[in-house]
Write a protein that binds this ligand. Structure first.
Ligand SMILES: NC(=O)c1ccc[n+]([C@@H]2O[C@H](COP(=O)([O-])OP(=O)(O)OC[C@H]3O[C@@H](n4cnc5c(N)ncnc54)[C@H](O)[C@@H]3O)[C@@H](O)[C@H]2O)c1
Length: 398
Protein backbone atom coordinates (compact mmCIF):
# COMPACT_ATOMS: atom_id res chain seq x y z
CA UNK A 1 0.00 0.00 0.00
CA UNK A 2 1.14 3.58 -0.51
CA UNK A 3 2.67 5.11 2.50
CA UNK A 4 2.72 8.71 3.58
CA UNK A 5 6.15 8.25 5.12
CA UNK A 6 7.97 8.45 1.80
CA UNK A 7 11.69 8.96 2.02
CA UNK A 8 12.64 12.31 0.56
CA UNK A 9 15.76 10.84 -0.90
CA UNK A 10 16.82 7.57 -2.49
CA UNK A 11 20.51 6.64 -2.35
CA UNK A 12 21.09 10.15 -1.02
CA UNK A 13 19.52 11.57 -4.16
CA UNK A 14 16.27 13.55 -4.04
CA UNK A 15 13.57 11.53 -5.79
CA UNK A 16 12.93 14.27 -8.31
CA UNK A 17 16.58 14.16 -9.42
CA UNK A 18 16.00 10.69 -10.80
CA UNK A 19 16.33 10.70 -14.55
CA UNK A 20 13.68 8.42 -16.04
CA UNK A 21 13.92 6.55 -19.32
CA UNK A 22 10.91 4.99 -21.04
CA UNK A 23 11.30 2.48 -23.86
CA UNK A 24 8.34 2.26 -26.25
CA UNK A 25 6.27 5.30 -27.24
CA UNK A 26 2.92 3.51 -27.56
CA UNK A 27 -0.14 4.11 -25.41
CA UNK A 28 1.51 2.95 -22.17
CA UNK A 29 4.99 4.42 -22.74
CA UNK A 30 3.72 7.89 -23.63
CA UNK A 31 1.38 7.84 -20.60
CA UNK A 32 4.24 6.88 -18.27
CA UNK A 33 6.54 9.56 -19.69
CA UNK A 34 3.77 12.14 -19.19
CA UNK A 35 3.49 11.18 -15.50
CA UNK A 36 7.27 11.26 -14.92
CA UNK A 37 7.72 14.63 -16.67
CA UNK A 38 4.76 16.09 -14.76
CA UNK A 39 6.44 14.87 -11.57
CA UNK A 40 9.45 17.05 -12.47
CA UNK A 41 11.75 14.30 -13.77
CA UNK A 42 14.03 14.75 -16.73
CA UNK A 43 12.89 11.97 -19.06
CA UNK A 44 13.99 10.23 -22.25
CA UNK A 45 11.42 8.47 -24.43
CA UNK A 46 12.96 5.98 -26.86
CA UNK A 47 11.23 4.11 -29.69
CA UNK A 48 12.76 2.50 -32.76
CA UNK A 49 9.86 3.73 -34.84
CA UNK A 50 10.05 7.40 -35.77
CA UNK A 51 6.32 7.60 -36.53
CA UNK A 52 5.52 6.30 -33.04
CA UNK A 53 7.77 9.00 -31.53
CA UNK A 54 6.18 11.76 -33.61
CA UNK A 55 2.72 10.52 -32.73
CA UNK A 56 3.59 10.38 -29.02
CA UNK A 57 5.01 13.93 -29.15
CA UNK A 58 1.88 15.24 -30.91
CA UNK A 59 -0.42 13.41 -28.46
CA UNK A 60 1.43 14.74 -25.43
CA UNK A 61 1.23 18.28 -26.83
CA UNK A 62 -2.53 17.87 -27.34
CA UNK A 63 -3.09 16.49 -23.85
CA UNK A 64 -1.14 19.37 -22.27
CA UNK A 65 -2.98 21.92 -24.48
CA UNK A 66 -6.30 20.51 -23.28
CA UNK A 67 -5.14 20.79 -19.67
CA UNK A 68 -4.25 24.44 -20.29
CA UNK A 69 -7.68 25.01 -21.88
CA UNK A 70 -9.37 23.49 -18.84
CA UNK A 71 -7.16 25.72 -16.65
CA UNK A 72 -5.67 22.71 -14.85
CA UNK A 73 -2.19 24.04 -15.63
CA UNK A 74 -0.91 27.25 -17.26
CA UNK A 75 0.93 27.44 -20.59
CA UNK A 76 4.31 27.99 -18.93
CA UNK A 77 3.91 24.77 -16.90
CA UNK A 78 2.85 22.85 -20.03
CA UNK A 79 5.97 24.10 -21.82
CA UNK A 80 8.19 23.09 -18.89
CA UNK A 81 6.66 19.58 -18.77
CA UNK A 82 7.17 19.06 -22.49
CA UNK A 83 10.68 20.51 -22.20
CA UNK A 84 11.59 17.78 -19.71
CA UNK A 85 11.04 15.07 -22.35
CA UNK A 86 13.73 14.11 -24.84
CA UNK A 87 12.48 12.02 -27.77
CA UNK A 88 15.03 9.62 -29.20
CA UNK A 89 15.49 6.60 -31.47
CA UNK A 90 18.64 5.57 -29.67
CA UNK A 91 18.80 3.34 -26.59
CA UNK A 92 22.23 4.80 -25.73
CA UNK A 93 20.37 7.97 -24.65
CA UNK A 94 19.41 6.03 -21.50
CA UNK A 95 23.04 6.33 -20.38
CA UNK A 96 22.34 8.80 -17.56
CA UNK A 97 19.03 7.34 -16.40
CA UNK A 98 18.46 6.12 -12.84
CA UNK A 99 15.47 4.04 -13.89
CA UNK A 100 14.24 2.84 -17.29
CA UNK A 101 10.68 1.55 -17.70
CA UNK A 102 10.17 -0.68 -20.72
CA UNK A 103 6.76 -0.60 -22.46
CA UNK A 104 7.32 -2.26 -25.86
CA UNK A 105 5.43 -5.15 -27.45
CA UNK A 106 4.38 -8.06 -25.24
CA UNK A 107 6.93 -10.59 -26.49
CA UNK A 108 9.34 -12.32 -24.12
CA UNK A 109 12.16 -12.87 -26.61
CA UNK A 110 12.08 -9.24 -27.76
CA UNK A 111 11.93 -7.97 -24.19
CA UNK A 112 14.89 -10.16 -23.14
CA UNK A 113 16.94 -8.84 -26.03
CA UNK A 114 16.23 -5.19 -25.23
CA UNK A 115 16.93 -5.67 -21.51
CA UNK A 116 20.38 -7.07 -22.34
CA UNK A 117 20.93 -4.15 -24.73
CA UNK A 118 19.80 -1.59 -22.16
CA UNK A 119 22.08 -3.08 -19.52
CA UNK A 120 25.08 -2.55 -21.75
CA UNK A 121 24.26 1.18 -21.91
CA UNK A 122 23.04 2.23 -18.45
CA UNK A 123 24.97 2.86 -15.22
CA UNK A 124 25.57 -0.08 -12.81
CA UNK A 125 22.90 1.22 -10.39
CA UNK A 126 20.17 1.97 -12.91
CA UNK A 127 16.91 0.10 -12.22
CA UNK A 128 15.42 -1.69 -15.23
CA UNK A 129 11.64 -2.12 -15.01
CA UNK A 130 9.11 -3.78 -17.27
CA UNK A 131 5.48 -2.73 -17.69
CA UNK A 132 4.55 -6.21 -18.95
CA UNK A 133 0.98 -7.34 -18.24
CA UNK A 134 1.59 -11.07 -18.45
CA UNK A 135 5.21 -12.11 -18.83
CA UNK A 136 7.42 -13.49 -16.07
CA UNK A 137 9.70 -10.88 -14.54
CA UNK A 138 12.14 -13.66 -13.57
CA UNK A 139 12.60 -14.56 -17.27
CA UNK A 140 13.19 -10.95 -18.25
CA UNK A 141 15.64 -10.48 -15.33
CA UNK A 142 17.52 -13.63 -16.38
CA UNK A 143 18.57 -11.84 -19.57
CA UNK A 144 20.58 -9.35 -17.48
CA UNK A 145 24.02 -9.62 -15.88
CA UNK A 146 22.62 -7.90 -12.78
CA UNK A 147 19.15 -9.45 -12.50
CA UNK A 148 18.77 -7.93 -9.01
CA UNK A 149 18.17 -4.53 -10.65
CA UNK A 150 15.15 -5.80 -12.65
CA UNK A 151 11.54 -5.43 -11.48
CA UNK A 152 7.97 -5.31 -12.81
CA UNK A 153 6.20 -1.94 -12.57
CA UNK A 154 2.74 -2.47 -14.01
CA UNK A 155 0.66 0.61 -14.82
CA UNK A 156 -2.97 0.50 -15.94
CA UNK A 157 -4.40 2.13 -19.04
CA UNK A 158 -4.63 5.15 -19.26
CA UNK A 159 -1.54 5.43 -17.05
CA UNK A 160 -1.89 9.12 -16.11
CA UNK A 161 -5.49 8.57 -14.92
CA UNK A 162 -5.49 5.13 -13.30
CA UNK A 163 -4.19 5.34 -9.72
CA UNK A 164 -3.00 1.73 -9.34
CA UNK A 165 0.51 0.44 -10.04
CA UNK A 166 1.49 -3.17 -9.30
CA UNK A 167 5.10 -3.58 -8.12
CA UNK A 168 6.38 -7.04 -8.97
CA UNK A 169 9.76 -8.14 -7.67
CA UNK A 170 11.17 -11.24 -9.37
CA UNK A 171 12.88 -13.93 -7.32
CA UNK A 172 16.17 -12.26 -8.32
CA UNK A 173 15.14 -8.66 -7.46
CA UNK A 174 17.03 -7.02 -4.57
CA UNK A 175 15.27 -5.41 -1.60
CA UNK A 176 16.88 -2.12 -2.58
CA UNK A 177 15.46 -2.25 -6.11
CA UNK A 178 12.03 -3.10 -4.70
CA UNK A 179 12.04 -0.36 -2.04
CA UNK A 180 13.44 2.33 -4.32
CA UNK A 181 10.98 1.52 -7.10
CA UNK A 182 8.00 1.54 -4.78
CA UNK A 183 9.05 4.78 -3.05
CA UNK A 184 9.53 6.46 -6.41
CA UNK A 185 6.13 5.43 -7.80
CA UNK A 186 4.47 6.35 -4.47
CA UNK A 187 6.06 9.79 -4.79
CA UNK A 188 4.20 10.16 -8.11
CA UNK A 189 0.93 9.96 -6.16
CA UNK A 190 0.12 6.45 -7.34
CA UNK A 191 -1.36 3.67 -5.19
CA UNK A 192 1.19 0.86 -5.24
CA UNK A 193 0.53 -2.75 -4.35
CA UNK A 194 3.11 -5.50 -4.07
CA UNK A 195 2.40 -8.62 -6.14
CA UNK A 196 4.13 -11.97 -6.58
CA UNK A 197 5.65 -12.71 -9.98
CA UNK A 198 2.84 -15.06 -11.07
CA UNK A 199 0.57 -14.97 -14.16
CA UNK A 200 -1.68 -11.90 -14.27
CA UNK A 201 -0.13 -10.54 -11.02
CA UNK A 202 -3.15 -9.38 -8.95
CA UNK A 203 -5.67 -7.59 -11.16
CA UNK A 204 -5.40 -9.64 -14.35
CA UNK A 205 -5.70 -12.84 -12.33
CA UNK A 206 -8.46 -11.95 -9.87
CA UNK A 207 -10.61 -10.23 -12.55
CA UNK A 208 -10.78 -13.25 -14.91
CA UNK A 209 -14.23 -14.50 -13.73
CA UNK A 210 -15.78 -11.07 -14.40
CA UNK A 211 -15.36 -11.90 -18.09
CA UNK A 212 -15.19 -15.72 -18.08
CA UNK A 213 -18.24 -16.41 -15.93
CA UNK A 214 -20.30 -13.74 -17.75
CA UNK A 215 -19.43 -15.39 -21.08
CA UNK A 216 -20.35 -18.82 -19.69
CA UNK A 217 -23.69 -17.54 -18.39
CA UNK A 218 -24.38 -16.15 -21.89
CA UNK A 219 -23.28 -19.39 -23.61
CA UNK A 220 -25.64 -21.43 -21.43
CA UNK A 221 -28.49 -19.22 -22.61
CA UNK A 222 -29.27 -17.93 -19.11
CA UNK A 223 -29.36 -14.32 -20.32
CA UNK A 224 -28.22 -12.04 -23.14
CA UNK A 225 -25.35 -9.52 -23.07
CA UNK A 226 -27.54 -6.56 -22.12
CA UNK A 227 -29.22 -8.40 -19.24
CA UNK A 228 -25.91 -9.63 -17.80
CA UNK A 229 -24.47 -6.09 -18.08
CA UNK A 230 -27.60 -4.68 -16.42
CA UNK A 231 -27.31 -7.19 -13.54
CA UNK A 232 -23.67 -6.32 -12.86
CA UNK A 233 -24.16 -2.54 -13.00
CA UNK A 234 -27.60 -2.11 -11.43
CA UNK A 235 -27.47 -4.92 -8.88
CA UNK A 236 -23.71 -5.40 -8.48
CA UNK A 237 -22.82 -1.69 -8.56
CA UNK A 238 -19.99 -2.12 -11.11
CA UNK A 239 -19.27 0.93 -13.30
CA UNK A 240 -19.46 -1.15 -16.50
CA UNK A 241 -20.97 -4.54 -17.27
CA UNK A 242 -18.60 -7.30 -18.49
CA UNK A 243 -19.66 -7.12 -22.16
CA UNK A 244 -19.49 -3.32 -22.32
CA UNK A 245 -16.07 -3.55 -20.65
CA UNK A 246 -14.77 -6.27 -23.01
CA UNK A 247 -15.93 -4.12 -25.96
CA UNK A 248 -14.03 -1.22 -24.44
CA UNK A 249 -10.81 -3.20 -23.81
CA UNK A 250 -11.05 -4.96 -27.19
CA UNK A 251 -12.02 -8.61 -27.61
CA UNK A 252 -8.66 -9.41 -29.23
CA UNK A 253 -6.70 -8.08 -26.25
CA UNK A 254 -9.02 -9.47 -23.58
CA UNK A 255 -9.09 -12.88 -25.28
CA UNK A 256 -5.29 -13.00 -25.58
CA UNK A 257 -4.84 -12.15 -21.88
CA UNK A 258 -7.29 -14.94 -20.96
CA UNK A 259 -5.54 -17.44 -23.20
CA UNK A 260 -2.12 -16.46 -21.84
CA UNK A 261 -3.26 -16.71 -18.22
CA UNK A 262 -4.97 -20.08 -18.96
CA UNK A 263 -1.78 -21.56 -20.46
CA UNK A 264 0.42 -20.04 -17.75
CA UNK A 265 -1.71 -21.76 -15.09
CA UNK A 266 -1.14 -25.12 -16.75
CA UNK A 267 -4.69 -25.11 -18.12
CA UNK A 268 -6.52 -24.73 -14.84
CA UNK A 269 -10.23 -24.84 -15.90
CA UNK A 270 -10.92 -21.77 -13.74
CA UNK A 271 -9.30 -19.64 -16.45
CA UNK A 272 -10.67 -21.41 -19.54
CA UNK A 273 -11.23 -19.00 -22.47
CA UNK A 274 -14.59 -18.77 -24.25
CA UNK A 275 -15.50 -19.67 -27.84
CA UNK A 276 -17.94 -16.79 -27.94
CA UNK A 277 -15.15 -14.31 -27.35
CA UNK A 278 -12.78 -16.16 -29.69
CA UNK A 279 -15.33 -16.01 -32.50
CA UNK A 280 -16.00 -12.32 -31.88
CA UNK A 281 -12.26 -11.66 -32.11
CA UNK A 282 -11.95 -13.80 -35.28
CA UNK A 283 -14.86 -11.99 -36.88
CA UNK A 284 -13.14 -8.67 -36.26
CA UNK A 285 -15.89 -7.70 -33.80
CA UNK A 286 -13.31 -6.32 -31.45
CA UNK A 287 -15.54 -3.79 -29.72
CA UNK A 288 -15.68 0.00 -29.79
CA UNK A 289 -12.51 0.33 -31.85
CA UNK A 290 -14.06 -1.55 -34.80
CA UNK A 291 -17.59 -0.22 -34.31
CA UNK A 292 -18.91 -3.63 -33.36
CA UNK A 293 -18.35 -6.11 -30.58
CA UNK A 294 -21.01 -7.63 -28.37
CA UNK A 295 -22.91 -4.44 -29.18
CA UNK A 296 -23.21 -2.58 -32.47
CA UNK A 297 -21.84 0.95 -32.12
CA UNK A 298 -22.87 2.21 -35.58
CA UNK A 299 -24.81 5.46 -35.50
CA UNK A 300 -28.54 5.10 -35.22
CA UNK A 301 -28.47 1.45 -34.19
CA UNK A 302 -30.89 0.79 -31.38
CA UNK A 303 -29.23 -0.90 -28.40
CA UNK A 304 -30.76 -4.13 -27.03
CA UNK A 305 -32.76 -3.69 -23.85
CA UNK A 306 -32.07 -5.84 -20.76
CA UNK A 307 -34.68 -8.10 -19.26
CA UNK A 308 -35.02 -6.37 -15.90
CA UNK A 309 -35.96 -9.44 -13.88
CA UNK A 310 -34.64 -8.84 -10.34
CA UNK A 311 -34.50 -12.55 -9.41
CA UNK A 312 -32.59 -13.49 -12.56
CA UNK A 313 -30.35 -10.44 -12.19
CA UNK A 314 -29.44 -11.38 -8.63
CA UNK A 315 -28.66 -14.97 -9.64
CA UNK A 316 -26.34 -13.75 -12.42
CA UNK A 317 -24.66 -11.19 -10.20
CA UNK A 318 -24.14 -13.62 -7.31
CA UNK A 319 -22.66 -16.28 -9.58
CA UNK A 320 -20.07 -13.90 -11.03
CA UNK A 321 -19.40 -12.32 -7.63
CA UNK A 322 -18.72 -15.56 -5.75
CA UNK A 323 -16.34 -16.64 -8.51
CA UNK A 324 -14.49 -13.31 -8.17
CA UNK A 325 -14.41 -13.62 -4.38
CA UNK A 326 -13.10 -17.19 -4.60
CA UNK A 327 -10.33 -15.99 -6.91
CA UNK A 328 -9.38 -13.17 -4.50
CA UNK A 329 -9.40 -15.57 -1.51
CA UNK A 330 -7.26 -18.08 -3.44
CA UNK A 331 -4.79 -15.30 -4.34
CA UNK A 332 -4.51 -14.54 -0.62
CA UNK A 333 -4.11 -18.26 0.15
CA UNK A 334 -1.21 -18.47 -2.32
CA UNK A 335 0.42 -15.29 -0.95
CA UNK A 336 0.14 -13.44 -4.26
CA UNK A 337 -0.37 -10.26 -2.23
CA UNK A 338 -1.61 -9.08 1.16
CA UNK A 339 -5.33 -8.93 1.92
CA UNK A 340 -5.17 -5.14 1.92
CA UNK A 341 -3.33 -4.99 -1.44
CA UNK A 342 -5.72 -7.46 -3.13
CA UNK A 343 -8.69 -5.29 -2.20
CA UNK A 344 -6.89 -2.06 -3.12
CA UNK A 345 -5.83 -3.50 -6.49
CA UNK A 346 -9.41 -4.25 -7.52
CA UNK A 347 -10.88 -0.94 -6.36
CA UNK A 348 -8.07 1.27 -7.70
CA UNK A 349 -7.01 -0.73 -10.77
CA UNK A 350 -10.38 -1.73 -12.21
CA UNK A 351 -12.80 0.46 -10.22
CA UNK A 352 -14.65 -2.35 -8.43
CA UNK A 353 -17.27 -0.90 -6.08
CA UNK A 354 -15.78 -2.79 -3.10
CA UNK A 355 -12.73 -4.88 -2.33
CA UNK A 356 -13.61 -8.54 -2.96
CA UNK A 357 -12.35 -9.85 0.41
CA UNK A 358 -14.24 -7.22 2.37
CA UNK A 359 -17.28 -7.82 0.14
CA UNK A 360 -17.15 -11.59 0.77
CA UNK A 361 -17.25 -10.96 4.50
CA UNK A 362 -20.18 -8.61 4.04
CA UNK A 363 -22.03 -11.24 1.98
CA UNK A 364 -21.14 -13.86 4.61
CA UNK A 365 -18.27 -16.29 4.02
CA UNK A 366 -20.52 -19.28 4.71
CA UNK A 367 -22.95 -17.96 2.12
CA UNK A 368 -20.17 -17.54 -0.48
CA UNK A 369 -18.95 -21.09 0.20
CA UNK A 370 -22.48 -22.51 -0.03
CA UNK A 371 -23.05 -20.87 -3.44
CA UNK A 372 -19.73 -22.20 -4.77
CA UNK A 373 -20.41 -25.68 -3.44
CA UNK A 374 -23.78 -25.62 -5.13
CA UNK A 375 -22.15 -24.69 -8.48
CA UNK A 376 -19.41 -27.29 -7.95
CA UNK A 377 -21.97 -30.04 -7.26
CA UNK A 378 -24.23 -29.01 -10.13
CA UNK A 379 -21.52 -28.75 -12.80
CA UNK A 380 -19.04 -31.30 -11.47
CA UNK A 381 -16.33 -28.98 -12.84
CA UNK A 382 -13.07 -28.13 -11.13
CA UNK A 383 -13.68 -24.56 -12.27
CA UNK A 384 -16.06 -24.10 -9.32
CA UNK A 385 -13.87 -25.63 -6.59
CA UNK A 386 -13.88 -23.43 -3.50
CA UNK A 387 -10.50 -22.22 -2.27
CA UNK A 388 -9.07 -24.16 0.65
CA UNK A 389 -8.66 -20.85 2.47
CA UNK A 390 -12.39 -20.10 2.08
CA UNK A 391 -13.21 -23.46 3.69
CA UNK A 392 -10.77 -22.76 6.51
CA UNK A 393 -12.19 -19.28 7.04
CA UNK A 394 -15.72 -20.66 7.28
CA UNK A 395 -14.60 -23.42 9.65
CA UNK A 396 -12.98 -20.89 11.98
CA UNK A 397 -16.09 -18.68 12.11
CA UNK A 398 -17.46 -18.36 15.64
N1 LIG B 1 -2.37 -1.35 -23.44
C1 LIG B 1 -2.67 -1.69 -22.21
O1 LIG B 1 -3.84 -1.62 -21.78
C2 LIG B 1 -1.59 -2.14 -21.27
C3 LIG B 1 -1.79 -2.04 -19.90
C4 LIG B 1 -0.75 -2.41 -19.03
C5 LIG B 1 0.44 -2.90 -19.55
N2 LIG B 1 0.58 -3.01 -20.91
C6 LIG B 1 1.88 -3.52 -21.39
O2 LIG B 1 2.66 -2.42 -21.81
C7 LIG B 1 3.49 -2.78 -22.91
C8 LIG B 1 3.22 -1.84 -24.07
O3 LIG B 1 1.86 -1.88 -24.41
P1 LIG B 1 1.18 -0.75 -25.33
O4 LIG B 1 -0.28 -1.03 -25.33
O5 LIG B 1 1.67 0.60 -24.93
O6 LIG B 1 1.79 -1.13 -26.76
P2 LIG B 1 1.82 -0.28 -28.12
O7 LIG B 1 1.73 -1.25 -29.21
O8 LIG B 1 0.84 0.85 -28.05
O9 LIG B 1 3.29 0.38 -28.12
C9 LIG B 1 4.48 -0.37 -28.20
C10 LIG B 1 5.59 0.55 -28.73
O10 LIG B 1 6.82 -0.14 -28.61
C11 LIG B 1 7.62 0.14 -29.76
N3 LIG B 1 8.61 -0.92 -29.88
C12 LIG B 1 8.40 -2.22 -30.23
N4 LIG B 1 9.58 -2.90 -30.20
C13 LIG B 1 10.52 -2.00 -29.79
C14 LIG B 1 11.93 -2.10 -29.54
N5 LIG B 1 12.58 -3.25 -29.69
N6 LIG B 1 12.57 -1.00 -29.12
C15 LIG B 1 11.92 0.17 -28.97
N7 LIG B 1 10.60 0.33 -29.20
C16 LIG B 1 9.92 -0.75 -29.60
C17 LIG B 1 6.63 0.21 -30.90
O11 LIG B 1 7.14 0.98 -31.96
C18 LIG B 1 5.42 0.90 -30.22
O12 LIG B 1 5.50 2.31 -30.37
C19 LIG B 1 3.20 -4.26 -23.18
O13 LIG B 1 4.14 -5.03 -22.49
C20 LIG B 1 1.80 -4.43 -22.59
O14 LIG B 1 1.55 -5.76 -22.21
C21 LIG B 1 -0.38 -2.63 -21.76
Amino acid sequence: MSTNQQPLTINNQPLTNFKIGVLGAGSMGSGIVQIAATQKHQTVLVDLNEDALNKAAANLKNILARMVEKEKIDQATADVILGRITFSKNISDFQECDMVIEAIIENLEVKKKVFAEMESVVSPDCILASNTSSLSIASIAAACKKPERVIGIHFFNPAPLMPLVEIIPAVQTSEETKNTSRALIDSWGKVTVLAKDTPGFIVNRVARPFYGEALKIYEEGVADFATIDWAMTEIGGFKMGPFTLMDYIGNDINYTVTETVFAAFYYDPRYKPSFTQKRHAEAGWLGRKTGRGYYNYAEGVEQPQPKKDEKLGKEICDRILVMLMNEAIDALFLNIASREDIDLAMTKGVNYPKGLLAWAEEMGLANVLAKLEHLFAEYGEDRYRPSVLLRRMVKSLP
